[in-house]
Design a protein. Structure first.
Length: 196
């Protein structure tokens, strides 16, 4: 990692503390919202714990800010959205939306041969996913499911959940996450033409 990256990561702690103070919340309340322990949150803010994507994603959701704002990425002045892939949990995750609040959309790519041991996690919110290619294994509470292309699932993320490749082959899927717990509404019925 370059010195420049180290400098950026060093600034994350003070920025997180500032966001928490601005939000008027406590470490305990933030812990309940994100599922991150109070001690980890405290060490993150003091710079004793290195910021990782696994920690920053729920914090960005909790504060309703883009991930770029947490790490202090400089503005480019270019209004176009460039989706920067993120590597986490053995996957490549491409953010598809940039609004700070409301639903967040992501494209996930799990490479072939990725070895993943199920480690179900919980956090506040609601998630919807749609399989584009491959077969996704979804562990949700006591359920162990395999979803082929074209299938969708939605669930409360307070239920312990994990997903990975069902058969070691590549999987590509979309997720929409909303920390407010709003469910996805699909209206597939076609309207009748007024002349029918």
């Amino acid at each position: 990692m370059t010195a420049n990256n180290d400098d950026v990561l060093r600034e994350v702690g003070p920025r997180l503390r500032q966001l928490r103070k601005k939000a008027g919340t406590t470490l305990t309340a933030l812990s309940e919202t994100t599922g991150i322990s109070v001690s980890t949150l405290s060490r993150l803010e003091s710079g004793q714990r290195k910021a990782t994507l696994e920690l920053l994603l729920p914090l960005a959701r909790a504060y309703r800010v883009p991930l770029d704002e947490l790490v202090g990425a400089p503005p480019t002045g270019d209004p176009r959205v460039y989706a920067r892939p993120i590597s986490a949990f053995g996957q490549t995750i491409v953010p598809l939306s940039r609004q700070p609040g409301g639903p967040q959309a992501f494209k996930h790519l799990i490479p072939a041969g990725a070895r993943q041991e199920p480690e179900p996690k919980t956090h506040e919110g609601y998630e919807w996913l749609y399989i584009l290619s491959g077969r996704l294994r979804l562990i949700l509470g006591e359920h162990d499911l395999v979803l082929p292309p074209g299938e969708a699932a939605e669930f409360d993320t307070r239920v312990p959940h994990w997903f990975g490749s069902a058969d070691g082959q590549a999987v590509e899927f979309l997720t929409i996450f909303d920390r407010q717990g709003a469910r996805i509404h699909v209206r597939a019925k076609s309207r009748k033409h007024p002349h029918e």
